[in-house]
Design a protein around this ligand. Structure first.
Ligand code: SF4
Length: 345
């Protein structure tokens, strides 16, 4: 009977989730992985801004690479637009930055549960390790996540299962609890030794990370939601918070200045409905102006744009600001540091 068991797992591509899958495979359990893209995987977001592939192409490539590396099928599920609502009002709050880890886990596990039930899998596994992360991997938080995702008894964490109550498949003997582990804490020593023992390779480093744990990202996110009455967040806006130089000119206007040609190109391609600013006759950044700027805001945006162009030491430079059919040529002095500091987010 044992080799007829099928499990579906949350696989991030990091060491722990791949090891969890390998431990179950060692028992003859059929494994399928799910990689949920919630919009904040820094590797994918960076490739989106700095490469030429679409999100769809990047996700398909990710699925192919992971399936090839780990020798079990992995599907990529894009939940980014739905996750934005979770991010805006997490019931269990944020971690050190704007990472709503408990709500995120519950949300993703609910999605996994739907797939499990629809496709007849026996249980869900994850690579969580007790005590490894301060917010979401404490015992109390892990129990809460299991309960709130509707997976009581059906969420197996192979790396630390012996420290937790036995799940249903362990209790009825379909999963051999004796072959599961009791790892806890932040050290990765035991996982690395196990990876060598099981021949597990191709996992990504923990630094691959979630943008929401980044301090700078958090500051920009808080600025965004703090200046809008009923904040709504779309994937494109979330991506925009992850690159460029950001300045808040007023509660209703902010600007983003590209730092290199990739960022400039991304802004020009994706924010065509907004006011844009760029130098007329010398290399410099593209600036996107969000909101409804006054003439004064356009002048300030032009001065900040000039500050990051090749003629930043000139007394005055000409900057074009335009939206649709409207184009203005503004002659401005490049912004001084005091102005930059005043508006920088
Ligand atoms: S760090 Fe937290 S918010 Fe980010 S993906 Fe992981 S669980 Fe979700």
């Amino acid at each position: 009977m044992k080799n007829m068991i099928r499990a579906i797992g949350m696989v991030s591509g990091g060491l722990d989730s791949v090891l969890a899958a390998a431990l179950l495979q060692r028992q003859g359990i059929e494994i399928r992985g799910l990689y949920f893209f919630n919009g904040f995987s820094s590797g994918i977001v960076r490739k989106l801004v700095y490469g030429e592939q679409s999100l769809q192409e990047l996700l398909e490539r990710k699925a192919g690479e992971m399936s090839g590396a780990f020798r079990f099928p992995i599907d990529v599920v894009d939940v980014s637009e739905e996750f934005m609502q979770v991010l805006l009002s997490p019931r269990y709050g944020y971690g050190a930055n704007v990472n709503p880890c408990i709500d995120c886990r519950i949300f993703l596990l609910k999605r996994a549960r739907e797939i499990m039930e629809r496709e007849g899998y026996d249980f869900i596994f994850s690579g969580e390790v007790l005590g490894q992360r301060p917010m979401s991997q404490r015992k109390q938080a892990m129990d809460l996540v299991e309960r709130r995702s509707g997976l009581e008894g059906f969420l197996l964490r192979p790396l630390c299962a012996k420290l937790l109550s036995p799940t249903v498949p362990e209790r009825d003997g379909r999963v051999d609890r004796g072959m599961l582990l009791d790892i806890q804490g932040r050290s990765r020593k035991r996982q690395l030794a196990l990876a060598a023992e099981l021949g597990v390779e191709g996992f990504s480093s923990p630094a691959g990370g979630c943008t929401l744990t980044d301090e700078n990202y958090a500051a920009r996110f808080r600025d965004l939601v703090g200046n809008v009455k009923e904040p709504r967040l779309r994937f494109d806006s979330a991506v925009l918070l992850s690159f460029g130089r950001h300045f808040r000119l007023s509660p209703r206007v902010k600007i983003v200045v590209g730092r290199n040609r990739f960022e400039n190109m991304y802004l020009e391609k994706h924010w065509t409905d907004c006011w844009m600013a760029f130098p007329v006759d010398h290399p410099g950044p593209t600036t996107v102006i969000l909101g409804e700027p006054t003439d004064g805001d356009l002048e300030t945006a032009a001065a900040i744009t000039a500050r990051y162009g090749d003629r930043k030491h000139d007394v005055s430079v000409c900057i074009i600001v335009s939206r649709g059919e409207t184009t203005k040529h503004l002659t401005v002095s490049p912004a001084e540091e005091t102005l930059i500091d005043r508006f920088r987010i």
